[in-house]
Write a new protein. Sequence first.
Length: 403
Amino acid sequence: MSAYKGTIGILTGGGDVPGLNPAIRAITIRALREGYRVVGIRRGWAGLVDLTPADDADNRHAFQLLTEDVVNRAGRTGGTFLHTSRTRPSALPRPLVPDRLQDRFTDDTNDLTEVVLEHLDFLGVDHLIPIGGDDTLSYAQRLHQEGVAVVAIPKTMDNDVPGTDYCIGFSTCVTRTIELTHRLRTTAGSHERFLVLEVFGRYAGFTALLPTMAGAADRCVIPEHPFDIEHLVELLSYDRRRHPSTYSVVLVSEGARMKHQEGLTFEGNERDMYGHRKLGGVGDDVSALLKELSPRFNQGRRVNVVNQRLGYLVRSGEPDAMDSIAPMAFGNLALDLILEGVSGRLVNVRDGVYGSVPLDVVKEPARRVDVERFYRADRLRPDYRSFDGLPVLIMTGPGANGS
């Protein structure tokens, strides 16, 4: 007879963010004290594809047993000590199928869900807690439909997972964006330039709009509203003239589009298993055009540009206060549901209150900025009117987003 109430599996998928390790810590400590065994699955869904279901196999690359000592050491740090990947077991390219399964799965793209289920059974996992964004959670929903007891936790710096007002990583991303923008102001001001910062945000502009609202930038362009580049140059030139140090700042979401542009700006043609190409480069395009068009609005003189893609700088390092507290709460919420015998749920924050919603909410459209309410499209900046009744992070709560 087992000495444990059951086994809980934890994994982190997709991009890393600060706050993942605090979530893993919270889940593990509570679960151990409630009498559960805890297995950390390595490299996201890849760990459940790549392990070898044999007691004498070396599976250190695929999973590890979690203890209070392990999670306490990692819990104050950024990233995820369990590692992560963008593996999608339901659409696995044949070269990534483990050698021992090559004869069993021979298509160019293969659905290894039956293998994942076999491996969960081998590990004795009774409850699975995946932490991730819409891609990771969409496969979690698939496993829930297959009968796995899943309680999921939302994570993404873009803060666009449907069903929740807050995702792990968002606050630290905003904090870092504000901090780094203010640091780079010194160079922009010294050389009297435009400062262009490309920030995260594939489909949603929260990570550009909220820092701008907090005073980090003069203007921002977001995925929800295609912008006119000449109008942006005109506005930034106006801001630059008015500033005592003769510079101005714009935050550019990586998913932003100019009005004449067809599609998003990508670094290359390679796609991940979820069909996404890597975004990046719109800040470079905006910078080049600002430089080219600036003489029209600056008495014939060209204005040079300080151009920086913040990228991994905002997703690295330790979590801020919000991304230390919210993951702790999410982890304990997940354990509450498990202890109640509830599964198929996504823990969330809604209207400033912690709770949970059915996991199939992840099939709904991602959250978007409500442009009419929070963005002055004519001025390419936040709308500062009517804050009464809004929650702390502004663009959350009832009717506060465009989803």
